[in-house]
Design a protein around this ligand. Structure first.
Ligand SMILES: [Fe+2]
Ligand SMILES: [Fe+2]
Length: 343
């Protein structure tokens, strides 16, 4: 073998974007250890929706135990998430994946894409279990304006990457790509998901619709890792290509996040016109702003709102979801060993 092939490209030449020297097939040696850690954490959290019993929820849904306002909250949340999970999955696979030129990040993206499929599966499973009108739930991204506006906001960011002439080789292209990462990881998974999490988990803590609540706990646990990976990726690209992070671009990202905050507040108020379970629509303005400030901090943008956290129990739920032994409540066992049989 010639010396040229003996040494091969160095790990130092790995790059997140526009990597030329090291192919996307070279996983080791690892350079971005954070990407591998997120991958391992995602795998350690494996779950499937049909492992969670929906019997109690079916009973509650059929009885008169829920008010119309409570039913509206649940339906609007299912309607938003049912499509949002697909948008995230498609953006990952069709938009983000091909432009990330690093093997360990791609390994994580493959894991995340599977998790988004599991989340879509969860919404199908909930709709089937409760006998809901599947057409109604899965078309709310057209029929409910506050959902349609959030989705249109995201779809515009995906279509910019789907242009056949799109490339990250120019600074403008690389900024558009970074905008997509901020639009999906920070805004969609980091802000747009959170009022829904708060609403559904407030049912769960009052011991109502606990099957849906448990599915949301698993989803929230996965989404926490998606968000952390996305923030590491965004900050990693900023560190490798500081010229992209101009003052104008930062102002533009700030305006995008502020626009998203208003879309999310409008959606939350639409779900809770009269308030339910002690949740008032007005509290969601504070909550969404509080969450947005936490996201801004993590990508190095100035906090905007300084709103207090109106639902301190949400922090407890998030911390608990890290500690909870999720396997205790499962109704089926994994079949990994038996699937190895070839007969
Ligand atoms: Fe998801
Ligand atoms: Fe996600």
């Amino acid at each position: 073998m010639s010396l040229l092939f003996e040494n091969g490209p160095s790990v130092k030449q790995k790059q997140l974007l526009n990597g030329q020297q090291v192919t996307v097939n070279q996983l080791m040696p690892l350079k971005y250890h954070w990407a591998w850690e997120h991958y391992l954490n995602g795998c350690a959290n494996h779950w499937m929706p049909n492992e969670i019993s929906m019997n109690k929820d079916i009973e509650t849904w059929r009885s008169h135990a829920l008010t119309e306002a409570e039913r509206l909250v649940i339906m609007r949340n299912l309607g938003f998430f049912a499509t949002a999970e697909s948008l995230v999955g498609n953006n990952l696979v069709l938009g983000i994946f091909k432009h990330i030129t690093n093997a360990e990040c791609r390994q994580y993206l493959l894991r995340q894409a599977f998790e988004e499929a599991v989340h879509s599966h969860a919404f199908l499973y909930i709709v089937e279990s409760l006998g809901l009108d599947e057409h109604e739930v899965f078309t709310m991204y057209h029929t409910i304006p506050t959902i349609a506006r959030k989705d249109a906001f995201e779809m515009k960011l995906t279509s910019a990457l789907l242009d056949p002439h799109f490339s990250t080789q120019t600074s403008e292209g690389a900024q558009t790509f970074l905008q997509n990462l901020i639009g999906y990881y920070v805004i969609m998974e980091g802000i747009f998901f959170y009022s829904g999490f708060a609403m559904i988990l407030s049912f769960h803590r009052r011991n109502k619709m606990t099957g849906i609540g448990e599915q949301f706990q698993y989803i929230l646990r996965d989404e926490t890792i998606h968000l952390n990976f996305g923030i590491d990726l965004i900050n990693g690209i900023k560190a490798e290509k500081p010229a992209l992070w101009t003052h104008d671009f930062q102002q533009h990202m700030l305006a995008l996040i502020q626009e998203a905050v208003e879309l999310e507040i409008a959606y939350a108020q639409d779900c809770l016109p009269q308030g339910v379970l002690g949740l008032q629509a007005s509290a969601f303005r504070q909550y969404v702003q509080h969450v947005a400030d936490r996201r801004l901090e993590r990508i190095g943008l100035p906090v905007q709102y300084h709103s207090p956290h109106p639902f301190p129990w949400m922090s407890e739920t998030i911390d608990l979801s890290k500690e909870k032994n999720f396997f205790e409540t499962r109704v089926t066992e994994y079949q990994a060993a038996s699937t190895l049989r070839w007969d």
